[in-house]
Each structure stands twice: as structure tokens, then as C-alpha cells.
Design a protein around this ligand. Structure first.
Ligand code: TMP
Length: 205
């Protein structure tokens, strides 16, 4: 595949949306001739967006952790097979708002399903992985406070602080063991966060 797959990751309130906008602007300027495809997970195709709606909705019937995991991988399989891989084959730059590392963190760490995440990741993705992942690191208590100020919380955002602390640990361990994941300190002033993001892109691309 000739394309480039860049992913933005982080806990709620880490500044993921602003980072996606910044990286998108950078890519448009840096690669004016290349197609840029924006994706988000869970979601990014009509079918996956429908599953996302069901998945994020707080509900009376508790969702079993394994159901949560299977649904998020159903979305990912659909997105990777029908959008991301074809785009990369065309030579596009794909900019992902979350990808597999979210499952490693939230379902692996948060829900204690690391083995199942690994198995599903192998089945769904095999060796397929992003060229570069920018992980925006924030203390969960700070990030959640920011998320709460944005309005109504979804099913995952209603989890206990300890859930997000476990997720953060998984992000940090993954970043330590993989040079294709760059950790950005998202607790810095916005200008410093942006400068670190641009410098990580310059180095990697
Ligand atoms: P967001 O895209 O608005 O951040 O919402 C997605 C939510 O879903 C967020 O709480 C993280 C969570 N999530 C998982 O738990 N596992 C996953 O694999 C993905 C992609 C997201």
C-alpha cells in the first residue's frame, strides 16, 4: 500500500478534535496533490455510524463488556475493509480520529479484556497498523472535567475514574513499546501542544 495512515488517540478531553483539525491543515498544506481521507472510530461508514449510535447510547440494559468489544471491532472491520485500505491503495493520506489503540486502552485496560482485544485485533487487522499514532496524554480527572463541561455524557464517559486510569496506563505502555506511537503532553498550553504535534509530524513524514 502506498498511502499513509495517521491516527490521533487520547482520553476524553485530551484535545483530540483540535489535534485532528490541526493535522488536517498540516496535511493539506504539505501534500496539496494527495487525497486526504478523514475517518473516526467507532464509525466512519454508514453502517459503522449506525452501530456507533447504539454503542454510545446509555441504556437500561447493561451492555456486557464482550458485546461492547465485538461491536467496536465490527465497526473497525467495516471501516478498514471498505474505506481505509482502499484509500491507502489509492495512495491517500488517511487521518483517523481513533483506531485500534483505543480498544487496547478502553476495552483492554478499562474492561480487563486485553487477551480478547489481542485476539480480535489479530483476526480483524493482522499486521495492518498505522504509519504514525499521536497519543495526546492527559490526566483522566482533568480530561473528564473538560468532557463534562461539553454537555451530556455518553455510555463510556459515565464510567468511573479508575476505568480511565487503567486505559491511560495501557496507552502509556503501548507508546513506550512502539516507536510509531508518539506521546504528546496534552496538559501543556495549547501552543506547546500544537508545536509538539507539528514537530512529531515533521519528523515522521
Ligand atoms: P469519541 O470518538 O467521541 O471520543 O467517542 C468514542 C468513545 O468510544 C470514547 O469514549 C472512546 C470509546 N472507544 C472505545 O472504548 N473503544 C474503541 O475501540 C474506540 C474506537 C472508542
Amino acid at each position: 500500500m502506498t498511502g499513509t495512515f495517521i491516527v490521533i488517540e487520547g482520553l476524553e478531553g485530551a484535545g483530540k478534535s483540535s489535534a485532528v483539525a490541526l493535522v488536517n491543515d498540516f496535511l493539506v498544506k504539505r501534500f496539496p496533490q494527495r487525497e486526504i481521507v478523514n475517518t473516526r472510530e467507532p464509525g466512519g461508514t454508514p453502517l459503522a455510524e449506525e452501530i456507533r449510535e447504539i454503542w454510545k447510547q446509555p441504556r437500561q440494559e447493561p451492555m456486557a463488556p464482550i458485546t461492547e468489544l465485538l461491536m467496536v471491532y465490527a465497526c473497525r472491520a467495516q471501516l478498514v475493509e471498505t474505506v481505509i485500505k482502499p484509500a491507502l491503495e489509492r495512495g491517500a493520506v488517511v487521518l483517523g480520529d481513533r483506531h485500534n489503540l483505543s480498544s487496547v486502552a478502553y476495552q483492554g485496560g478499562g474492561r480487563h479484556l486485553s487477551e480478547q482485544v489481542e485476539a480480535l485485533s489479530n483476526i480483524t487487522l493482522g499486521e495492518f497498523k498505522p504509519t504514525l499514532t499521536l497519543y495526546l496524554d492527559i490526566e483522566p480527572s482533568i480530561g473528564l472535567e473538560r468532557a463534562r463541561q461539553r454537555g451530556a455524557l455518553d455510555r463510556i464517559e459515565l464510567e468511573q475514574l479508575s476505568f480511565f486510569e487503567r486505559a491511560r496506563q495501557c496507552y502509556l505502555v503501548a507508546a513506550e513499546n512502539d516507536s510509531a506511537i508518539v506521546t504528546i503532553d496534552a496538559s501543556q498550553p495549547i501552543e506547546a501542544v500544537q508545536a509538539d504535534i507539528i514537530s512529531a509530524l515533521e519528523q515522521s513524514l
